[in-house]
Design a protein around this ligand. Sequence first.
Ligand SMILES: [Zn+2]
Ligand SMILES: [Zn+2]
Length: 255
Amino acid sequence: MNLLALPAFTDNYIWMVHDGRSAFVVDPGAAAPVIEALSSRNLTLAGILVTHHHADHVGGLAGLRSILNGPVFGPAHEDIPPPYLPLVAGDHAELLGLRFDVLEVPGHTAGHIAYRARDFDGHPLLFCGDTLFSAGCGRLFEGTPAQMHASLSALAALPGDTRVCCAHEYTLSNLRFAHAVEPRNDNVTAYARWCEQQRARGEPTLPSSIAQERRVNPFLRCDEPEVVHAARHHGAASDAPVDVFAALREWKNEF
Ligand SMILES: [Zn+2]
Ligand SMILES: [Zn+2]
């Protein structure tokens, strides 16, 4: 099985999984990069996974329907262009023999879902849309800090070797914020150096891993003393992780 990040727009990735003959994609905000990747590799399109309703994640659906030979899966509680198979927490989506568990991760949008496969070439695999980014997280457009904190905590509890496929290349700017929150976190510094090299080569910084995110992502580190301390200086109402999270998210919005 192959995992590809197809660049779209300025900083989106449309993730593609293929076995050399068939492929599925995640959050096709545009059709053209998918059609190009399929035709250059002689692949057929066997399915689509959608995490949430934003246009940069569903905008390519209409242009892919005519070549799609399989289902579109998406969140039951959001307006996704029909037809699609609506999913809620505990449901499963199967594509190319991979079985994905559906996790509900509200916060960025009210009905956002994530897809987790337990075994993709020996490791778990996660498609988390705009909920978890490497070293950051999505903005709270429709949810509360408490919802997003719970969603991120559930993702942080997945096995450390879970490969994390985020929908945007935001890692370097997120790491600048992470450094402001935790200037003494050497993992942030080392990771930033590696990410700069990746970007200089034109390569993605993704996928990340849950273990890496636990080391560098301030939004998953709301009980670390240095993170709590920084958040208290930026308006956190208490040391409680959800208050720390809320203050970090506000701070990041203006960073
Ligand atoms: Zn979004
Ligand atoms: Zn997005």
